[in-house]
Design a protein. Structure first.
Length: 108
């Protein structure tokens, strides 16, 4: 099992996900999304696992408002903006191989 948690240091949902795996003695790798971002390949794998790009975007974030992402015309432009501004991702993103979840979801 190779669990990765993409999250933010100060995110309470990310901390809950970390605690969930620690309590069950499941090893995981934490990636600070603000510091390291997400590579294009990782992004594509996560997007394919969760269904769509819209499932990954936190439309309530300050970064989303600052980037005027809803005014971008093409999906490619939106994806480039999202990758350049990882603060717009919903966190945590938990990935296990080709499977992924967005947000704190203990049932999955």
């Amino acid at each position: 099992m190779n669990i990765q948690i993409f999250g933010k240091q100060k995110c309470s949902e990310t901390k809950k996900a970390e605690r969930f795996f620690k309590e069950r003695n499941i090893k995981f790798q934490f990636i600070d999304i603000d510091k390291y971002g997400i590579s294009k390949g990782e992004y594509q794998n996560i997007k394919n696992a969760v269904g769509s790009m819209d499932d990954l975007i936190n439309k309530k974030s300050k970064e989303y408002e600052r980037q005027y992402i809803n005014h971008l015309s093409s999906q490619d432009d939106v994806e480039e903006c999202l990758l350049a501004n990882p603060g717009m991702f919903i966190t945590p993103i938990v990935r296990d191989g080709k499977k992924a979840t967005v947000g704190y979801q203990t049932d999955v």
